[in-house]
Design a binder for this molecule. Structure first.
Ligand SMILES: [Zn+2]
Ligand SMILES: [Zn+2]
Length: 136
């Protein structure tokens, strides 16, 4: 599949080609900052097929963590576009809300980090849930 997307102001545009590697819903505390309070939904695509077609993102990594994720966002409008997580090398986790057509997400295949779930979060029926990530 090929998906395209960008940030709220249009300064950043991207294209991702390849097979979708994961469709996830993440309840971790960090994603709550990025999403506005609800879980984050992400589409994992191969990094090899990903490119910025307009603009360059501002990367952010927490300096106080041993193995931090990298979050890339628009320096103009603040839209958080993607995350690169060290345990998932070669994968870009695209925030579904930045896709031109978020409906291609369909639905999550896994729900992760329910250890940080808030009482007002919803977990879809019939989807595997993990207290943290699968396998760890
Ligand atoms: Zn922007
Ligand atoms: Zn998360």
């Amino acid at each position: 599949m090929t998906v395209e997307g960008g940030c709220y102001c249009g300064a950043l545009r991207y294209k991702a080609e390849g097979d979708a590697l994961m469709r996830g819903q993440c309840h971790c505390r960090e994603c709550q900052y990025a999403s506005g309070g609800h879980p984050n939904v992400v589409l994992g695509m191969p990094e090899a097929g990903f490119e910025w077609t307009k603009g360059s993102p501002k990367p952010f990594r927490r300096a106080d963590l041993e193995n931090p994720v990298t979050r890339e966002f628009c320096a103009e409008c603040g839209t958080h576009i993607l995350t690169k997580a060290p345990p998932m090398a070669g994968v870009v986790l695209l925030k579904v809300g930045t896709l031109d057509d978020p409906s291609v997400f369909g639905k999550p295949e896994m729900v992760i980090y329910t250890c940080d779930k808030q009482s007002f979060h919803h977990v879809p029926e019939g989807v595997p849930t993990f207290e943290r990530a699968p396998g760890g």
